[in-house]
Write a protein of this length. Sequence first.
Length: 247
Amino acid sequence: MQVSNLPFLDLSEKQPFAIGDNRLCFRHPDDSGLCIKINRAGRAGRLRGQAPLYKRLRREKHFDDNWQEFYAFQQPAIRTGGPELWRHLPRCYGWVETNLGPALISDFFADPSGDAAPTLEQYLKHHGRTPEIDEALDEFCAFLRSSLVLTKNLLPHNLVVADLDRELRLILIDGIGLATLLPLAKHSTLLSRRHVEKRIRWFEHRLAWETGSRLESWQTAEAKFHRYARPRWRRAPSGRARGREEC
Ligand SMILES: Nc1ncnc2c1ncn2[C@@H]1O[C@H](COP(=O)(O)OP(=O)(O)O)[C@@H](O)[C@H]1O
Ligand SMILES: [Mg+2]
């Protein structure tokens, strides 16, 4: 029985075009230009259970990817930003109720054949660091620096590569928002600049690992990043990795 006032979509006959760690992604049955994402059953509760004690005190919706993403779209840089935002972010159109639970609607990005565009991770696996993708990466990082849109760590499987005739363009389809408990960066230009620069440095480190020999695990490579990216006096003793966000 439908209990909310939201429009309702029956997805029982539909297959998701992708399944992420947290969400099922479907094409919108009435509009192929839209994507609808639904939390995987029980995922938010499990994430909450695995979180450190101080984070577990927060309500379950803080572990709900869709709710977090919707909230992240309300950040000042997006609320007050211009049309250039939509070169690198999907638009978020709000909620719809489905038989699998509430779903968030956003733009769908297709490859030239109409299927979902490849992720940056898939692109790098097939083609490596081409001049075209380097140009797209430069443009994307310049966009972050000028818009100051706040993101979590930039994971290559959370960016898709849109192939637009003569150029490639990167779009962040997951990972908008802040993972920190205190969202200070939202309220200060200085802190948001620092936040963005840190995410870009982390992203560069991840890309180097992604396209390198991968002789060491990502956990080891990331621990090194955190160890050496900080001033000497703030470095943790070796081997102690920080708690982190992945999605
Ligand atoms: N708007 C979109 N357009 C095209 N492909 C998408 C879009 N959103 C997600 N995808 C694909 O679905 C996968 C999972 O989506 P994502 O939002 O990252 O889910 P999760 O929150 O579970 O990580 C992505 O890695 C990407 O391949
Ligand atoms: Mg994801």
